[in-house]
Design a protein around this ligand. Sequence first.
Ligand code: NAD
Length: 253
Amino acid sequence: MYVSRFTLEGKTAIVTGAGTGLGQGMAVGLAEAGARIFGVDFIDMGETERAVSAVGSTFHGMTADLSTIKPVEQIIERAVAAYGTVDILVNNAGIIKRNDSIDFTEKEWDDVLNINLKTVFFLSQAVARQFLAQESPGKIINVASMLSFQGGIRVPSYTASKSGVMGLTRLLACEWAKHRINVNAIAPGYMATNNTEQLRADAARSAEILGRIPAGRWGLPEDLRGPVVFLASAASDYVNGYTIAVDGGWLAR
Ligand code: NAD
């Protein structure tokens, strides 16, 4: 059955920012497809652990602050200690700072670039070294954004970071495809999570955004389950360096 190419049975997935929002949704989706989850976050991941267990898989969590690359080596070591191998990395943890570009501070710039781009690169490097040591193929899935494709407003460090994520996804795919490592990204559209709380609280901006989404609704964490399972599975072995928009048609408009 071709559908067996989508199974993640026996695979281990590291998911950063797994405590809530899109990371939680993707962790549960990967678990539904059979993957064992190693969640990383600096908030409590109890809710995710329960949801992963409820779909019949296993969860290990590690508390780490990804605003620096200090925890990177330990993440790989602990995931390997828990499960023996690592097969999938979902670089999901990320933040956004909103301010007019004219007033934007160095801290607002560095805080966003550090977690959204620097940690994404060094964690990808560490997991790729692990794939090579295991002599096994691997899947890296980055989380990009509509602002990998568009400019946006009042989020200069976020747009720079997510545009960088799309470029880095292409570069790493070019370097590592020969090792049977796939590096792709998912660009979520406007999703109802903490990340967009401020936007959704602004009635005018919220109506403006909603009016432009062909699907007529904000996205939900579960909307990412199918795409992340596809990119984590053998079904996507010849898809490399690509960023898939999961946006209810936003970019098609
Ligand atoms: P969220 O704020 O609900 O979740 C982000 C997760 O990352 C949280 O679990 C948080 O605790 C974790 N995190 C943040 N800083 C951390 C740190 N220093 N160390 C460890 N963990 C940390 O937001 P979300 O919407 O679920 O965002 C997930 C990803 O999706 C982000 O990369 C975000 O930029 C991206 N994204 C979101 C949207 C959207 O509309 N919500 C759209 C496009 C892209």
